[in-house]
Design a protein around this ligand. Sequence first.
Ligand code: NAD
Length: 296
Amino acid sequence: MAATIIDGKTIAANLRKTIAAEVAGLNAKHGLKPGLAVVLVGQNPASEVYVRSKSKAVVEAGMMPIDHKLPETTSEKDLLALIGKLNADPAVSGILVQLPLPPQIDSQKVIAAIDPAKDVDGFHPVNVGRLSSGLSSLVPCTPFGSVLLAKTVKPSLAGLDAVVIGRSNIVGKPVAQLLLAENATVTVAHSKTRDLPGLCRRADILVAAIGRPEFVKADWIKPGATVIDVGINRVAGEGGKNRIVGDVAYDEAAKVAGAITPVPGGVGPMTIACLILNTLKAACAQNGLPEPQFQD
Ligand code: NAD
């Protein structure tokens, strides 16, 4: 039987609509308009595209975009001073510093300078620690979106075997923590893992966050498994045009999996939807309002 295609584009669009309705309600009731500050240093073309789509999503959700574009030559001191101002500004609910930063700036120092209550990327050590301690926290957006997608086809992940391929701080590790919080039995695989195909074949939930085009093959997948493909890889396509593929060999994997996310149109759109959701959550917490509960 062909796999269910987990349509991240539609799921993300619906989530964004729900968030927009919630924001409109908060605005009417409490005069609250969440603000997201996005800081971009330099002119990395990929970062510029991401920042533009983030700002567009912020406006569509009825929130306030607060964009700061700084020159490539910005010093660490100046960036830290801006973060300090944004931390103190009550109009700013969330702060996102687009990575990577130029080499004169220590990214870890910058992340640590963001108020954890405004850290909508969920990268601050306090939020990382809270997530791994099972406490409520702002959770990194791509991992958050990945688990929300898995739950659209498997509402309870309790007791399921989950394998996460990749142990990065921004995807693999937080995905593993979130799956653990959902009571899955989680194994994290990485570049030194032995017999990766054999390990993957045990997974009811397989999350691929590797950064290698079509690396995971059909015969690594347990029949009926849910496959969440986080990878975004540009490869040469027909006519010299680049195309985007995931970390999973989609066409063959879709014949074995029970459900699978496509690339593009799977995890990618959920990342921005979850950023908007985190901004809403941060705004509610900062104003003493209950956390919105609709994401499940
Ligand atoms: P990363 O390079 O930081 O980490 C890759 C991980 O894969 C590492 O932990 C490494 O151990 C593991 N790995 C590498 N080669 C391996 C191998 N041969 N066998 C097993 N494991 C191996 O990458 P990342 O930042 O975690 O991103 C992973 C992928 O997700 C990339 O394609 C990236 O573009 C994509 N991504 C997508 C989104 C999104 O919004 N959809 C967001 C972030 C990252």
